[in-house]
Design a protein around this ligand. Sequence first.
Ligand SMILES: Nc1ncnc2c1ncn2[C@@H]1O[C@H](COP(=O)(O)OP(=O)(O)O)[C@@H](O)[C@H]1O
Ligand SMILES: [Mg+2]
Length: 331
Amino acid sequence: MSDENGDAIVAKGLTKRYGAITAVDHVNFRVPSGSVFGLLGPNGAGKTTIIKVLTGLSDMTEGKARVAGYDVRKEPMHVKERIGWVAAEVILDDDLSGWENLWLQAKLQRLSGWTARAEQLLEYFELSDRRKDKVGKYSTGMRKKMEIALALLHQPSIIFMDEPTIGLDPNVRRMLWKLITGVNREFGVTVLLTSHYIEEADSLCDRVAIIDHGKFVATGTPSELKSRVRADFIELETKDEVSEERLRAVPGVSEVRSQGKAWILKVSSAEDVLPGLFAALKGDVIRRINVEKPSLESVFIDITGKRMDQAGGGDVQDFRKFYMQVRRARQ
Ligand SMILES: Nc1ncnc2c1ncn2[C@@H]1O[C@H](COP(=O)(O)OP(=O)(O)O)[C@@H](O)[C@H]1O
Ligand SMILES: [Mg+2]
C-alpha cells in the first residue's frame, strides 16, 4: 500500500526532541514503494529515533509523516497493521519452538488464518525442519531468519530493520544481505533499514540517506553519492608532530583536517600524491596510513570531516551484550 504517487513513506520536516537534545532535525524524504532505503550514519545520529517516530512507537515533536498511505499521527493503528519491525534487540522467546514463536506473534497481533503464511515463511527461510526445536538452540543465522519471519507474519507492506546485521560475523551478515534483498524482491516488501556499515548500505540500498547529528547530509543512490566526491582521502597518523603547513604544501593536497592525533588529507589522486607525501615527511614519521577511494565513507568524510566510526557517541555493542546477558540469565 502506498500514497497516490507510489511512495511507501513520506516524511516532511520530521523532528524529534528529547528535552534539549534534537535527535531528528527537520528531515525530509520519500521512499518509493518496493524499494530498499537506507539510513546510514554513526551511533547517535538519530537513525533509531526516525524508525521509532515512523512506526508510531514514539511521538514526533514536529513535522508530518505518511507510512503505507496513512498519517502516522492521525491513523497510527492503520500504520501498525501495515508495517513490520526487526529490532536490533533480541525479540525471540528462546524457550519456545520456532512454530510456537510464530503462534505467539499471531496471538499478540490477533491474527486469524496465519498458519498458511507461517508455513510459507518457514519454507522460504529454510526453517521448516527445525520448526519444533526450541529457538534457544538455533544458530545466529537461523535466529535472524526467525526474527524476519515474525516481522513478516501479518503480511506488512513495509518492513523496518534497525541495524539488522550489527554484531554478526561476516558470513552471517552476507547471508542476511541476500535474505533482505530476497524479502524485498520476492515478497514485494518496501524495506527501510538503518546501518553504520558502509558496505551494507552500498550493496543493499536503492537509495541512501547519510545522517549525522539528526540531519540528512546527503541523499541519493549509492553511485550518485560516490560520484559526488571527485577525490581520494588519505588518513595519516604520525609519530612526531607534523605541521599543517607542511602537509598543505604537498602537491595534490587540497584540504587538510585534523582528527584527534590523525590527519585527513583530501587529495586529487592518492597514487599521485603519496610519493610527494613520503618525501615531505620522511618515512619513519608515519605510524599509520590509510587510503579511502570514493565510497560512501569518503562521502561522509567529505561532508563531515570525520570517518563514520570516529563520529559516533554511545556504544551499540554494549547494548547487544546487555541483551545477551539477559538471555543467559533466563536460562
Ligand atoms: N529516549 C531517549 N531519551 C533521551 N535521548 C535519547 C533517547 N533516545 C535517543 N536519544 C538521543 O537521541 C540521539 C539519537 O539517538 P538514536 O536515534 O538512538 O541514534 P542512532 O540510532 O543513530 O544511534 C542520541 O543523542 C541519543 O542519545
Ligand atoms: Mg540506533
